[in-house]
Design a protein around this ligand. Structure first.
Ligand SMILES: *[C@@H]1O[C@H](CO)[C@@H](O)[C@H](O)[C@H]1NC(C)=O
Ligand SMILES: *[C@@H]1O[C@H](CO)[C@@H](O)[C@H](O)[C@H]1NC(C)=O
Ligand SMILES: *[C@@H]1O[C@H](CO)[C@@H](O)[C@H](O)[C@H]1NC(C)=O
Ligand SMILES: *[C@@H]1O[C@H](CO)[C@@H](O)[C@H](O)[C@H]1NC(C)=O
Ligand SMILES: *[C@@H]1O[C@H](CO)[C@@H](O)[C@H](O)[C@H]1NC(C)=O
Ligand SMILES: *[C@@H]1O[C@H](CO)[C@@H](O)[C@H](O)[C@H]1NC(C)=O
Ligand SMILES: *[C@@H]1O[C@H](CO)[C@@H](O)[C@H](O)[C@H]1NC(C)=O
Ligand SMILES: *[C@@H]1O[C@H](CO)[C@@H](O)[C@H](O)[C@H]1NC(C)=O
Length: 413
């Protein structure tokens, strides 16, 4: 706002000065005329200032302030992490006449993925982050030749541990470049991370305290209140269902399952019982159950997978959850949408609760009312996860090194 006005003032006074030069060459009448003109211009200026001061022009004032802030941030940082504000929108609508802040200083953040997770290569043609997710100024690349110009280099843990990819420790790391450690596995499945001390500058995991938080799913508000299903129990024929391929006696979830059995019948699908479901049959099978055991294979902080976000919520069964703490679930899942094993004094109590709840249609359907206001979004695409870096790029700490990555990963507070 300040400099906008100042420039306008400067331009005006410059104009009158050049006019004055012309006048000195002319007659006295012209001189007098000019004085009058100058007087008018000055009066106008004073009035204008007064108007602005009293907030008469508050609308346009706000507009100039916005465009100014944004341009100032761009010229300072070189790139913008304010993904909220789509560049097209602001610069298009505010139509600032500030030509000095051309977009030459706006640059892309370059994200280099060193090796595709699980070897699943995906196309990076075009402006992927913008075209697919409306995230501006974010360039995804996967060629090692881009190393020297990358702002962030991303390493997916599994292929590091397996030795399929190697860290380019022999290459000089450009000033300011960050290396990101990416994993969506629970600590037990991340392997030995001892060797990765003092290497990474940022973490990308499902944990809420990671630098880039990559949950398996999240809530989004419904734009308009959604119609609820009239009778959620309509097609249900099983009380409790569980899908398990990797059954191991020592898992806490196996123990809970065994204790639950005497109280409630559990219909089990999956490799363990040789009743593997083709993926197209998974959700329909779950939809026929009142409750779905969304039991995670690890009990670790924030580890909440597609078992909740996809199987249970999408399948339309009430999830019975086990894994992360009650407060972890409460922090991300809709209120009154799940039943946590830890909320019961015993597994028997849990079993009795489920039996009673299934009999009470009204109370049971209250576990679905959140759908009026929320919908579930899955975060399942590697490209989307990578684009998310750009959203938070500007707010990353200026300097950070994970001096003991293993300790960070295993922290379970
Ligand atoms: C611009 O930078 C200032 C100061 O760093 C910050 O308070 C403001 O939120 C930034 N605005 C945008 C749009 O990024
Ligand atoms: C987007 O804007 C909302 C509210 O204006 C804010 O809470 C949120 O943190 C912003 N997100 C990003 C990525 O800047
Ligand atoms: C700006 O954003 C608003 C809301 O996000 C949208 O309705 C409008 O069409 C956008 N305008 C432009 C010029 O992109
Ligand atoms: C922006 O300025 C140009 C040139 O002055 C004008 O043609 C255009 O209509 C303006 N756009 C808006 C959105 O004000
Ligand atoms: C500004 O951006 C537009 C569209 O993104 C581009 O066509 C134009 O060449 C850019 N101008 C400068 C000076 O970089
Ligand atoms: C940013 O990257 C996209 C996608 O690669 C590209 O289309 C665009 O031209 C780049 N913009 C700038 C300013 O470098
Ligand atoms: C029950 O199944 C029928 C037939 O497939 C379907 O139209 C209906 O939406 C289902 N009801 C619920 C509550 O899922
Ligand atoms: C990233 O980590 C390396 C290795 O420890 C360090 O030298 C570099 O300064 C860090 N960079 C940033 C931006 O934090």
């Amino acid at each position: 706002m300040g400099s906008y006005l100042t420039r306008w003032w400067r331009e005006s006074s410059w104009k009158s000065k050049s006019e004055m030069e012309q006048v000195t060459e002319g007659s006295n009448i012209k001189k007098t005329l000019h004085s009058v003109k100058k007087y008018i211009v000055l009066s106008f200026l004073c009035l204008l200032l007064l108007f602005i001061y009293t907030g008469y022009l508050s609308g346009s004032q706000a507009l100039t302030t916005i465009s100014h802030t944004i341009f100032w941030n761009h010229s300072r940082s070189g790139s913008s992490g304010s993904s909220n504000i789509s560049s097209g929108n602001i610069s298009g609508s505010s139509n600032s006449s500030d030509s000095s802040s051309s977009n030459s200083s706006i640059r892309n953040v370059t994200i280099l993925l060193w090796y595709w997770p699980f070897g699943h290569v995906t196309s990076l043609q075009g402006d992927v982050c913008w075209d697919l997710y409306h995230i501006p100024r974010c360039r995804l690349v996967d060629q090692h030749s881009m190393f020297s110009s990358a702002d962030v280099v991303v390493f997916h843990n599994r292929e590091l541990i397996q030795g399929i990819q190697k860290l380019p420790l022999d290459l000089p790391r450009p000033q300011g470049q960050r290396w990101a450690w990416l994993s969506l596995e629970s600590p037990a499945n991340n392997g030995n991370l001892q060797q990765y001390a003092n290497i990474f500058n940022m973490t990308m995991t499902y944990r809420r305290d990671a630098d880039i938080v990559l949950p398996y799913g999240m809530l989004e508000p419904q734009e308009t209140e959604a119609q609820l299903v009239e009778d959620v129990t309509q097609n249900k024929s099983s009380l409790v269902c569980w899908v398990v391929s990797n059954y191991q006696n020592h898992h806490r979830r196996s123990q809970v399952y065994r204790e639950l059995l005497p109280v409630v019948p559990v219909k089990v699908y999956g490799k363990w019982t040789n009743t593997n479901l083709p993926s197209s049959d998974l959700l329909p099978a779950i939809s026929r159950c009142y409750f779905y055991l969304a039991f995670e294979n690890s009990v670790s902080k924030d580890y909440i997978t597609e078992k909740l976000w996809w199987n249970a919520y999408q399948g339309g069964a009430v999830p019975v959850v086990l894994g992360a703490s009650v407060s972890d679930y409460k922090a991300v899942a809709p209120p009154n949408s799940f039943i946590h094993v830890d909320d019961f004094a015993s597994v028997k109590d849990l079993g009795r609760y489920l039996v009673e709840l299934a009999k009470d249609k009204k109370r049971y359907s209250e576990y679905f009312t959140w759908r009026q206001h929320w919908k579930v979004k899955r975060l399942a695409e590697w490209r989307e996860r990578l684009c998310k870096i750009c959203v938070h790029y500007e707010s990353l700490p200026q300097h950070r090194v994970y001096s003991n990555l293993m300790a960070w990963v295993n922290a379970n507070y």
